[in-house]
Write a protein that binds this ligand. Structure first.
Ligand code: PA5
Length: 499
Protein backbone atom coordinates (compact mmCIF):
# COMPACT_ATOMS: atom_id res chain seq x y z
CA UNK A 1 0.00 0.00 0.00
CA UNK A 2 1.61 3.31 -1.05
CA UNK A 3 0.67 6.64 0.51
CA UNK A 4 -0.64 9.58 -1.52
CA UNK A 5 2.63 11.44 -0.92
CA UNK A 6 4.64 8.49 -2.26
CA UNK A 7 2.43 8.17 -5.34
CA UNK A 8 2.65 11.90 -6.04
CA UNK A 9 6.43 11.85 -5.64
CA UNK A 10 6.63 8.93 -8.07
CA UNK A 11 4.42 10.74 -10.60
CA UNK A 12 6.50 13.92 -10.28
CA UNK A 13 9.72 11.98 -10.79
CA UNK A 14 8.26 10.27 -13.87
CA UNK A 15 7.24 13.65 -15.32
CA UNK A 16 10.71 15.02 -14.69
CA UNK A 17 12.28 12.06 -16.45
CA UNK A 18 9.82 11.55 -19.30
CA UNK A 19 8.73 15.15 -19.85
CA UNK A 20 5.26 16.69 -19.61
CA UNK A 21 2.39 17.42 -21.91
CA UNK A 22 2.33 21.16 -22.66
CA UNK A 23 -0.21 23.59 -24.12
CA UNK A 24 1.07 26.55 -26.17
CA UNK A 25 -1.55 29.26 -25.95
CA UNK A 26 -0.09 32.27 -27.74
CA UNK A 27 -2.06 31.56 -30.91
CA UNK A 28 -5.33 32.00 -29.04
CA UNK A 29 -4.73 35.72 -28.56
CA UNK A 30 -5.63 38.62 -30.83
CA UNK A 31 -2.62 38.98 -33.16
CA UNK A 32 -0.75 42.21 -32.36
CA UNK A 33 -1.27 44.92 -34.97
CA UNK A 34 -3.32 42.72 -37.26
CA UNK A 35 -6.97 43.08 -38.04
CA UNK A 36 -8.11 39.62 -38.99
CA UNK A 37 -11.70 39.07 -37.88
CA UNK A 38 -11.98 36.01 -35.65
CA UNK A 39 -12.99 34.93 -32.13
CA UNK A 40 -9.54 35.55 -30.63
CA UNK A 41 -8.91 36.01 -26.92
CA UNK A 42 -8.51 39.61 -25.82
CA UNK A 43 -5.44 39.65 -23.56
CA UNK A 44 -6.96 42.26 -21.26
CA UNK A 45 -9.76 39.87 -20.38
CA UNK A 46 -7.45 36.95 -19.74
CA UNK A 47 -6.44 37.69 -16.08
CA UNK A 48 -10.01 37.70 -14.80
CA UNK A 49 -10.92 34.58 -16.80
CA UNK A 50 -7.84 32.91 -15.33
CA UNK A 51 -8.96 33.86 -11.82
CA UNK A 52 -12.41 32.44 -12.53
CA UNK A 53 -10.90 29.18 -13.87
CA UNK A 54 -8.74 28.86 -10.75
CA UNK A 55 -11.81 29.43 -8.63
CA UNK A 56 -13.57 26.54 -10.41
CA UNK A 57 -10.54 24.31 -9.91
CA UNK A 58 -10.79 25.07 -6.21
CA UNK A 59 -14.45 24.06 -6.18
CA UNK A 60 -13.69 20.82 -8.01
CA UNK A 61 -10.93 19.99 -5.55
CA UNK A 62 -13.12 20.78 -2.56
CA UNK A 63 -15.82 18.52 -3.97
CA UNK A 64 -13.56 15.51 -3.35
CA UNK A 65 -13.48 16.23 0.37
CA UNK A 66 -16.15 14.08 2.10
CA UNK A 67 -16.77 16.56 4.91
CA UNK A 68 -17.12 19.54 2.54
CA UNK A 69 -19.82 17.75 0.55
CA UNK A 70 -21.66 16.21 3.50
CA UNK A 71 -24.63 18.60 3.15
CA UNK A 72 -26.87 17.13 0.49
CA UNK A 73 -27.34 20.54 -1.21
CA UNK A 74 -23.59 21.19 -1.47
CA UNK A 75 -21.86 20.97 -4.86
CA UNK A 76 -25.21 20.74 -6.66
CA UNK A 77 -23.50 21.69 -9.91
CA UNK A 78 -21.37 18.56 -9.59
CA UNK A 79 -24.04 16.10 -8.52
CA UNK A 80 -25.74 13.43 -10.52
CA UNK A 81 -29.35 13.60 -11.78
CA UNK A 82 -31.67 16.56 -11.92
CA UNK A 83 -32.25 19.04 -14.69
CA UNK A 84 -29.91 19.96 -17.52
CA UNK A 85 -28.13 22.58 -15.47
CA UNK A 86 -28.03 21.16 -11.98
CA UNK A 87 -27.67 17.97 -10.04
CA UNK A 88 -30.16 16.76 -7.47
CA UNK A 89 -29.67 17.32 -3.74
CA UNK A 90 -28.41 14.18 -2.04
CA UNK A 91 -27.27 12.53 -5.27
CA UNK A 92 -23.62 11.55 -5.64
CA UNK A 93 -20.99 14.22 -6.35
CA UNK A 94 -19.51 12.92 -9.62
CA UNK A 95 -15.91 14.02 -9.26
CA UNK A 96 -14.39 10.75 -8.08
CA UNK A 97 -12.10 10.73 -11.13
CA UNK A 98 -10.04 13.50 -9.55
CA UNK A 99 -8.73 11.13 -6.89
CA UNK A 100 -9.37 7.72 -8.39
CA UNK A 101 -5.99 7.19 -10.09
CA UNK A 102 -4.15 7.79 -6.82
CA UNK A 103 -6.57 5.57 -4.91
CA UNK A 104 -6.04 2.76 -7.42
CA UNK A 105 -2.27 3.18 -7.40
CA UNK A 106 -2.46 2.89 -3.62
CA UNK A 107 -3.28 -0.80 -3.96
CA UNK A 108 -0.26 -2.63 -5.36
CA UNK A 109 -2.15 -5.92 -5.06
CA UNK A 110 -4.87 -4.65 -7.38
CA UNK A 111 -2.43 -3.28 -9.95
CA UNK A 112 -0.38 -6.49 -9.94
CA UNK A 113 -3.54 -8.61 -10.04
CA UNK A 114 -4.93 -6.64 -12.97
CA UNK A 115 -1.65 -6.87 -14.90
CA UNK A 116 -1.55 -10.66 -14.35
CA UNK A 117 -5.19 -10.96 -15.37
CA UNK A 118 -4.47 -9.07 -18.58
CA UNK A 119 -1.49 -11.32 -19.35
CA UNK A 120 -3.55 -14.44 -18.76
CA UNK A 121 -6.39 -13.33 -21.01
CA UNK A 122 -3.91 -12.46 -23.75
CA UNK A 123 -2.35 -15.91 -23.31
CA UNK A 124 -5.54 -17.98 -23.04
CA UNK A 125 -7.69 -16.38 -25.74
CA UNK A 126 -7.18 -15.38 -29.33
CA UNK A 127 -9.01 -12.04 -29.05
CA UNK A 128 -10.98 -9.79 -26.72
CA UNK A 129 -14.41 -8.43 -27.61
CA UNK A 130 -15.16 -5.17 -25.80
CA UNK A 131 -18.86 -4.33 -25.69
CA UNK A 132 -19.89 -0.84 -24.61
CA UNK A 133 -20.98 2.59 -25.78
CA UNK A 134 -20.16 6.24 -25.00
CA UNK A 135 -17.93 6.50 -21.97
CA UNK A 136 -17.95 2.72 -21.71
CA UNK A 137 -16.23 2.54 -25.08
CA UNK A 138 -14.58 5.63 -26.62
CA UNK A 139 -11.48 6.08 -24.51
CA UNK A 140 -10.89 2.33 -24.38
CA UNK A 141 -10.33 2.07 -28.11
CA UNK A 142 -8.59 5.46 -28.12
CA UNK A 143 -6.04 4.56 -25.47
CA UNK A 144 -5.39 1.04 -26.72
CA UNK A 145 -4.86 2.17 -30.30
CA UNK A 146 -2.61 5.09 -29.34
CA UNK A 147 -0.49 3.29 -26.75
CA UNK A 148 -0.04 0.10 -28.80
CA UNK A 149 0.15 1.93 -32.19
CA UNK A 150 -2.78 -0.25 -33.25
CA UNK A 151 -1.00 -3.49 -32.30
CA UNK A 152 -2.46 -4.80 -29.03
CA UNK A 153 -1.21 -8.08 -27.52
CA UNK A 154 -4.25 -9.86 -28.97
CA UNK A 155 -6.81 -8.39 -31.41
CA UNK A 156 -9.47 -6.29 -29.69
CA UNK A 157 -12.90 -5.95 -31.30
CA UNK A 158 -15.36 -3.24 -30.30
CA UNK A 159 -19.11 -3.78 -30.54
CA UNK A 160 -22.16 -2.33 -28.87
CA UNK A 161 -21.35 1.27 -29.74
CA UNK A 162 -23.86 1.22 -32.62
CA UNK A 163 -26.53 -1.01 -34.14
CA UNK A 164 -24.96 -1.43 -37.54
CA UNK A 165 -25.62 -5.03 -38.64
CA UNK A 166 -22.88 -5.33 -41.24
CA UNK A 167 -20.22 -4.75 -38.59
CA UNK A 168 -21.51 -7.76 -36.68
CA UNK A 169 -21.33 -9.86 -39.83
CA UNK A 170 -17.73 -8.73 -40.42
CA UNK A 171 -16.85 -9.51 -36.80
CA UNK A 172 -18.17 -13.07 -36.97
CA UNK A 173 -16.34 -13.65 -40.26
CA UNK A 174 -13.07 -12.63 -38.61
CA UNK A 175 -13.82 -14.53 -35.38
CA UNK A 176 -14.44 -17.72 -37.36
CA UNK A 177 -10.93 -17.57 -38.77
CA UNK A 178 -9.26 -17.07 -35.37
CA UNK A 179 -7.61 -20.17 -33.91
CA UNK A 180 -9.01 -20.26 -30.35
CA UNK A 181 -11.80 -18.89 -28.19
CA UNK A 182 -12.49 -15.18 -27.62
CA UNK A 183 -12.87 -13.48 -24.26
CA UNK A 184 -15.74 -11.00 -23.92
CA UNK A 185 -15.93 -7.87 -21.77
CA UNK A 186 -19.37 -6.27 -21.41
CA UNK A 187 -19.10 -2.74 -20.01
CA UNK A 188 -22.06 -0.69 -18.84
CA UNK A 189 -22.17 1.40 -15.71
CA UNK A 190 -25.96 1.48 -15.58
CA UNK A 191 -26.12 -2.09 -16.82
CA UNK A 192 -29.25 -1.20 -18.74
CA UNK A 193 -28.01 0.46 -21.94
CA UNK A 194 -29.70 -1.07 -24.97
CA UNK A 195 -26.96 -1.03 -27.60
CA UNK A 196 -24.47 -3.04 -25.51
CA UNK A 197 -27.29 -5.28 -24.23
CA UNK A 198 -28.16 -6.18 -27.83
CA UNK A 199 -24.50 -6.65 -28.70
CA UNK A 200 -23.96 -8.92 -25.69
CA UNK A 201 -26.82 -11.17 -26.77
CA UNK A 202 -25.66 -11.38 -30.38
CA UNK A 203 -21.99 -11.86 -29.53
CA UNK A 204 -22.46 -14.46 -26.78
CA UNK A 205 -24.99 -16.46 -28.77
CA UNK A 206 -22.98 -16.21 -31.99
CA UNK A 207 -19.64 -17.16 -30.41
CA UNK A 208 -21.22 -19.97 -28.39
CA UNK A 209 -22.75 -21.35 -31.59
CA UNK A 210 -19.26 -21.43 -33.09
CA UNK A 211 -17.81 -22.94 -29.88
CA UNK A 212 -15.64 -19.84 -29.57
CA UNK A 213 -17.05 -18.14 -26.51
CA UNK A 214 -14.40 -18.00 -23.78
CA UNK A 215 -14.54 -16.26 -20.40
CA UNK A 216 -17.04 -13.41 -20.11
CA UNK A 217 -16.34 -10.37 -17.95
CA UNK A 218 -18.86 -7.73 -16.90
CA UNK A 219 -17.72 -4.29 -15.75
CA UNK A 220 -20.63 -2.50 -14.14
CA UNK A 221 -22.06 -0.94 -10.99
CA UNK A 222 -20.93 -2.80 -7.85
CA UNK A 223 -24.46 -3.09 -6.48
CA UNK A 224 -27.22 -2.74 -9.02
CA UNK A 225 -28.43 -2.96 -12.62
CA UNK A 226 -29.40 -5.72 -15.03
CA UNK A 227 -25.80 -6.50 -15.94
CA UNK A 228 -24.78 -6.67 -12.28
CA UNK A 229 -27.65 -9.06 -11.56
CA UNK A 230 -26.55 -11.38 -14.37
CA UNK A 231 -22.94 -11.77 -13.18
CA UNK A 232 -23.55 -14.72 -10.79
CA UNK A 233 -26.33 -16.55 -12.65
CA UNK A 234 -24.55 -16.37 -16.03
CA UNK A 235 -21.07 -17.20 -14.75
CA UNK A 236 -19.55 -13.86 -15.73
CA UNK A 237 -16.29 -12.76 -14.05
CA UNK A 238 -15.12 -16.35 -13.48
CA UNK A 239 -13.26 -16.76 -10.17
CA UNK A 240 -10.48 -18.76 -11.84
CA UNK A 241 -9.50 -15.49 -13.54
CA UNK A 242 -10.57 -12.76 -11.12
CA UNK A 243 -8.52 -12.96 -7.94
CA UNK A 244 -9.84 -11.48 -4.70
CA UNK A 245 -7.56 -8.44 -4.98
CA UNK A 246 -9.03 -7.63 -8.39
CA UNK A 247 -12.61 -8.66 -7.63
CA UNK A 248 -12.93 -6.14 -4.83
CA UNK A 249 -12.44 -3.23 -7.24
CA UNK A 250 -13.70 -4.76 -10.49
CA UNK A 251 -16.60 -2.31 -10.92
CA UNK A 252 -17.29 1.34 -11.73
CA UNK A 253 -17.21 3.78 -8.84
CA UNK A 254 -20.58 5.40 -8.19
CA UNK A 255 -18.96 8.84 -8.25
CA UNK A 256 -17.40 8.54 -11.73
CA UNK A 257 -19.41 9.17 -14.91
CA UNK A 258 -18.87 7.14 -18.07
CA UNK A 259 -16.70 9.58 -20.01
CA UNK A 260 -14.37 9.97 -17.03
CA UNK A 261 -14.23 6.22 -16.31
CA UNK A 262 -11.40 4.81 -18.41
CA UNK A 263 -9.11 4.96 -15.36
CA UNK A 264 -11.40 2.48 -13.59
CA UNK A 265 -11.64 -1.23 -14.58
CA UNK A 266 -13.77 0.02 -17.50
CA UNK A 267 -10.48 0.82 -19.18
CA UNK A 268 -7.90 -0.86 -16.97
CA UNK A 269 -9.01 -4.41 -17.77
CA UNK A 270 -8.97 -4.10 -21.59
CA UNK A 271 -5.81 -1.97 -21.34
CA UNK A 272 -4.07 -4.72 -19.36
CA UNK A 273 -5.14 -7.33 -21.91
CA UNK A 274 -3.95 -5.15 -24.79
CA UNK A 275 -0.55 -4.59 -23.18
CA UNK A 276 -0.96 -0.97 -22.08
CA UNK A 277 1.08 -0.24 -18.94
CA UNK A 278 -1.77 0.56 -16.54
CA UNK A 279 0.48 1.70 -13.72
CA UNK A 280 2.20 4.25 -15.97
CA UNK A 281 -1.16 5.38 -17.34
CA UNK A 282 -2.52 5.98 -13.83
CA UNK A 283 0.66 7.75 -12.75
CA UNK A 284 0.37 10.03 -15.77
CA UNK A 285 -3.29 10.68 -15.01
CA UNK A 286 -2.49 11.47 -11.39
CA UNK A 287 0.20 13.90 -12.51
CA UNK A 288 -2.25 15.51 -14.97
CA UNK A 289 -4.62 16.17 -12.06
CA UNK A 290 -2.15 17.20 -9.39
CA UNK A 291 0.80 18.67 -11.32
CA UNK A 292 -0.90 20.48 -14.19
CA UNK A 293 -3.38 22.86 -12.56
CA UNK A 294 -1.78 25.86 -14.27
CA UNK A 295 -2.16 24.23 -17.67
CA UNK A 296 -5.78 23.41 -16.90
CA UNK A 297 -6.58 26.93 -15.71
CA UNK A 298 -4.79 28.71 -18.55
CA UNK A 299 -6.01 26.66 -21.48
CA UNK A 300 -9.55 26.62 -20.15
CA UNK A 301 -9.58 30.38 -19.60
CA UNK A 302 -8.48 30.80 -23.23
CA UNK A 303 -11.13 28.43 -24.54
CA UNK A 304 -13.79 30.15 -22.46
CA UNK A 305 -12.92 33.63 -23.74
CA UNK A 306 -12.75 32.43 -27.36
CA UNK A 307 -16.09 30.68 -26.85
CA UNK A 308 -17.58 33.92 -25.60
CA UNK A 309 -16.28 35.61 -28.75
CA UNK A 310 -18.24 33.06 -30.80
CA UNK A 311 -15.88 30.09 -31.14
CA UNK A 312 -18.49 27.41 -30.48
CA UNK A 313 -16.60 24.67 -32.31
CA UNK A 314 -13.26 23.30 -31.11
CA UNK A 315 -11.49 21.66 -34.02
CA UNK A 316 -9.28 18.88 -32.63
CA UNK A 317 -6.49 18.48 -35.16
CA UNK A 318 -3.95 15.67 -35.23
CA UNK A 319 -1.60 14.09 -37.73
CA UNK A 320 -0.86 10.65 -36.28
CA UNK A 321 -3.47 8.11 -37.37
CA UNK A 322 -3.35 5.93 -34.25
CA UNK A 323 -4.27 9.01 -32.19
CA UNK A 324 -7.71 9.22 -33.83
CA UNK A 325 -9.47 7.23 -31.12
CA UNK A 326 -8.21 9.63 -28.45
CA UNK A 327 -9.55 12.55 -30.48
CA UNK A 328 -12.91 10.77 -30.73
CA UNK A 329 -12.82 10.36 -26.95
CA UNK A 330 -12.46 14.13 -26.57
CA UNK A 331 -15.19 14.63 -29.15
CA UNK A 332 -17.40 12.77 -26.68
CA UNK A 333 -16.01 14.31 -23.51
CA UNK A 334 -16.46 17.98 -24.34
CA UNK A 335 -19.94 18.07 -25.90
CA UNK A 336 -21.42 15.54 -23.48
CA UNK A 337 -19.97 17.44 -20.53
CA UNK A 338 -20.61 21.01 -21.67
CA UNK A 339 -23.59 20.83 -24.05
CA UNK A 340 -26.39 21.99 -21.79
CA UNK A 341 -28.70 24.92 -21.33
CA UNK A 342 -28.05 26.32 -24.81
CA UNK A 343 -24.29 26.30 -24.24
CA UNK A 344 -21.42 23.95 -24.94
CA UNK A 345 -18.24 23.45 -26.92
CA UNK A 346 -18.73 21.17 -29.88
CA UNK A 347 -15.71 19.23 -31.12
CA UNK A 348 -14.86 18.42 -34.70
CA UNK A 349 -12.00 16.06 -35.58
CA UNK A 350 -9.50 17.03 -38.24
CA UNK A 351 -6.88 14.56 -39.49
CA UNK A 352 -4.03 16.36 -41.23
CA UNK A 353 -2.85 16.55 -43.80
CA UNK A 354 -5.68 14.48 -45.22
CA UNK A 355 -8.42 16.88 -44.16
CA UNK A 356 -6.45 19.91 -45.32
CA UNK A 357 -7.55 18.70 -48.74
CA UNK A 358 -11.24 18.65 -47.80
CA UNK A 359 -12.92 20.53 -44.97
CA UNK A 360 -9.67 22.38 -44.25
CA UNK A 361 -11.12 24.85 -46.74
CA UNK A 362 -13.88 25.75 -44.29
CA UNK A 363 -11.48 26.07 -41.38
CA UNK A 364 -9.36 28.44 -43.40
CA UNK A 365 -12.15 30.56 -44.88
CA UNK A 366 -15.58 29.57 -43.54
CA UNK A 367 -17.67 30.91 -40.68
CA UNK A 368 -15.35 32.32 -37.98
CA UNK A 369 -16.88 30.30 -35.14
CA UNK A 370 -13.90 28.00 -34.64
CA UNK A 371 -10.99 27.59 -32.28
CA UNK A 372 -8.47 24.94 -33.18
CA UNK A 373 -6.58 22.64 -30.84
CA UNK A 374 -3.59 21.11 -32.63
CA UNK A 375 -2.03 17.92 -31.25
CA UNK A 376 1.68 17.52 -31.92
CA UNK A 377 3.26 14.26 -30.86
CA UNK A 378 7.03 14.11 -30.40
CA UNK A 379 8.25 10.53 -30.55
CA UNK A 380 5.82 8.10 -32.17
CA UNK A 381 8.24 5.20 -31.97
CA UNK A 382 8.23 4.54 -35.71
CA UNK A 383 9.48 6.58 -38.62
CA UNK A 384 10.73 6.55 -42.20
CA UNK A 385 13.39 8.37 -44.15
CA UNK A 386 12.48 9.92 -47.49
CA UNK A 387 14.57 8.08 -50.11
CA UNK A 388 16.81 10.10 -52.42
CA UNK A 389 15.79 9.73 -56.03
CA UNK A 390 17.47 10.25 -59.39
CA UNK A 391 14.16 11.67 -60.57
CA UNK A 392 13.90 14.84 -58.53
CA UNK A 393 11.23 16.73 -60.44
CA UNK A 394 9.23 16.97 -57.19
CA UNK A 395 12.23 18.60 -55.48
CA UNK A 396 12.06 16.19 -52.54
CA UNK A 397 15.77 15.46 -52.52
CA UNK A 398 15.99 18.68 -50.48
CA UNK A 399 14.50 16.84 -47.50
CA UNK A 400 15.56 13.30 -48.33
CA UNK A 401 18.07 12.01 -45.80
CA UNK A 402 17.84 15.02 -43.48
CA UNK A 403 14.24 14.97 -42.32
CA UNK A 404 12.06 11.99 -41.36
CA UNK A 405 8.48 11.43 -42.46
CA UNK A 406 7.17 12.31 -39.00
CA UNK A 407 9.25 15.49 -38.88
CA UNK A 408 7.84 16.53 -42.26
CA UNK A 409 4.36 15.65 -41.02
CA UNK A 410 4.82 17.97 -38.04
CA UNK A 411 6.19 20.74 -40.29
CA UNK A 412 3.08 20.50 -42.44
CA UNK A 413 0.85 20.71 -39.39
CA UNK A 414 2.86 23.71 -38.09
CA UNK A 415 2.16 25.34 -41.45
CA UNK A 416 -1.57 24.71 -40.98
CA UNK A 417 -1.30 26.09 -37.45
CA UNK A 418 0.23 29.32 -38.70
CA UNK A 419 -2.04 29.65 -41.69
CA UNK A 420 -5.17 29.18 -39.60
CA UNK A 421 -4.08 31.59 -36.87
CA UNK A 422 -3.54 34.18 -39.58
CA UNK A 423 -6.97 33.45 -41.06
CA UNK A 424 -9.25 34.15 -38.12
CA UNK A 425 -8.91 30.90 -36.15
CA UNK A 426 -7.50 31.19 -32.63
CA UNK A 427 -5.38 28.08 -32.12
CA UNK A 428 -3.48 26.34 -29.37
CA UNK A 429 -0.86 23.63 -29.77
CA UNK A 430 -0.85 20.67 -27.41
CA UNK A 431 2.47 18.85 -27.32
CA UNK A 432 2.73 15.24 -26.15
CA UNK A 433 6.35 14.13 -25.86
CA UNK A 434 5.31 10.60 -26.86
CA UNK A 435 2.44 8.13 -27.02
CA UNK A 436 3.59 6.39 -23.84
CA UNK A 437 0.94 5.35 -21.35
CA UNK A 438 2.30 8.00 -18.98
CA UNK A 439 1.83 10.85 -21.46
CA UNK A 440 -1.53 9.56 -22.69
CA UNK A 441 -2.74 9.37 -19.07
CA UNK A 442 -1.50 12.88 -18.32
CA UNK A 443 -3.12 14.36 -21.41
CA UNK A 444 -6.43 12.61 -20.69
CA UNK A 445 -6.49 14.00 -17.15
CA UNK A 446 -5.81 17.55 -18.34
CA UNK A 447 -8.66 17.30 -20.85
CA UNK A 448 -11.06 15.83 -18.27
CA UNK A 449 -10.21 18.57 -15.81
CA UNK A 450 -10.42 21.31 -18.45
CA UNK A 451 -13.82 20.15 -19.71
CA UNK A 452 -15.18 20.21 -16.16
CA UNK A 453 -13.75 23.69 -15.48
CA UNK A 454 -15.09 24.96 -18.82
CA UNK A 455 -18.57 23.65 -18.00
CA UNK A 456 -18.51 25.37 -14.61
CA UNK A 457 -17.32 28.62 -16.21
CA UNK A 458 -20.32 28.58 -18.53
CA UNK A 459 -22.65 27.88 -15.59
CA UNK A 460 -23.68 24.30 -16.30
CA UNK A 461 -23.18 20.98 -14.55
CA UNK A 462 -20.39 19.25 -16.50
CA UNK A 463 -20.63 15.82 -14.89
CA UNK A 464 -24.17 14.72 -15.71
CA UNK A 465 -25.87 14.10 -19.07
CA UNK A 466 -29.64 13.97 -18.63
CA UNK A 467 -30.18 15.12 -22.23
CA UNK A 468 -29.23 11.72 -23.64
CA UNK A 469 -32.36 10.10 -22.19
CA UNK A 470 -34.80 11.67 -24.68
CA UNK A 471 -34.13 9.49 -27.74
CA UNK A 472 -34.06 6.36 -25.61
CA UNK A 473 -37.57 6.94 -24.28
CA UNK A 474 -38.88 7.55 -27.79
CA UNK A 475 -37.07 4.47 -29.15
CA UNK A 476 -38.45 2.26 -26.37
CA UNK A 477 -41.93 3.52 -27.20
CA UNK A 478 -41.44 2.98 -30.92
CA UNK A 479 -40.30 -0.58 -30.23
CA UNK A 480 -43.39 -1.18 -28.10
CA UNK A 481 -41.26 -1.84 -25.04
CA UNK A 482 -43.39 0.51 -22.94
CA UNK A 483 -46.81 -0.75 -23.98
CA UNK A 484 -49.20 -0.43 -26.91
CA UNK A 485 -50.46 3.05 -26.10
CA UNK A 486 -46.96 4.52 -25.93
CA UNK A 487 -46.09 2.83 -29.20
CA UNK A 488 -49.19 4.26 -30.89
CA UNK A 489 -48.40 7.78 -29.71
CA UNK A 490 -44.75 7.64 -30.70
CA UNK A 491 -45.64 6.23 -34.14
CA UNK A 492 -48.18 9.03 -34.62
CA UNK A 493 -45.66 11.71 -33.61
CA UNK A 494 -43.19 10.31 -36.13
CA UNK A 495 -45.90 9.93 -38.73
CA UNK A 496 -46.42 13.71 -38.64
CA UNK A 497 -42.99 13.97 -40.32
CA UNK A 498 -43.89 11.64 -43.15
CA UNK A 499 -42.52 8.38 -41.70
O1 PA5 B 1 -20.47 9.62 -20.15
C1 PA5 B 1 -21.48 8.97 -19.98
O2 PA5 B 1 -22.02 8.87 -18.88
C2 PA5 B 1 -22.14 8.23 -21.13
O3 PA5 B 1 -21.46 8.43 -22.32
C3 PA5 B 1 -22.21 6.74 -20.82
O4 PA5 B 1 -20.92 6.24 -20.65
C4 PA5 B 1 -22.92 5.96 -21.92
O5 PA5 B 1 -24.21 6.46 -22.11
C5 PA5 B 1 -22.98 4.46 -21.60
O6 PA5 B 1 -23.63 4.26 -20.38
P1 PA5 B 1 -23.53 2.91 -19.60
O7 PA5 B 1 -22.11 2.69 -19.20
O8 PA5 B 1 -24.43 3.07 -18.43
O9 PA5 B 1 -23.99 1.81 -20.53
Amino acid sequence: MSSLAEITAKANAAAKKQGSVSYMLKGMFLPEGEHVPGPYVNKDEFPSALDAANEKIKILKESTNPSARSASESFLMLRDGGTDTQGEPGKTVMTGWLTHAAETLGSAAFIEGMKKLGDRIAHDFSALVVIGIGGSYTDIEGTITACTRGKPEIPVFYLGQHLSAEQYAAFFETAKALPGKLAVNIISKSGTTTEPAIAARIVIEGLTGMDKCGAIFATTDPQKGALHDMIGPRGFNPPEYITDAVKEKFSIGENIGGRFSSITPVGLFPFAVAGVDIEELLLGYHYGITGCEDIVAQNTACRFLAFQEGAVVGVYSYNVACFRGKILGFRQLWPESTGKDGKGLNIMEEFYTSDAHSNGQLIKSGVRNIMEIFHFIGDIGQDFEIPKSAFDKDNLNMVAGNMSLHAINNRFMSALFLDHIQSGVPAMAVRLPSLSAFHIGMHTAIEHYSAAVFGLLTGINPVNQPGVQGYKNIAFNLLGMKGAEGQKQAAAALGAFGF
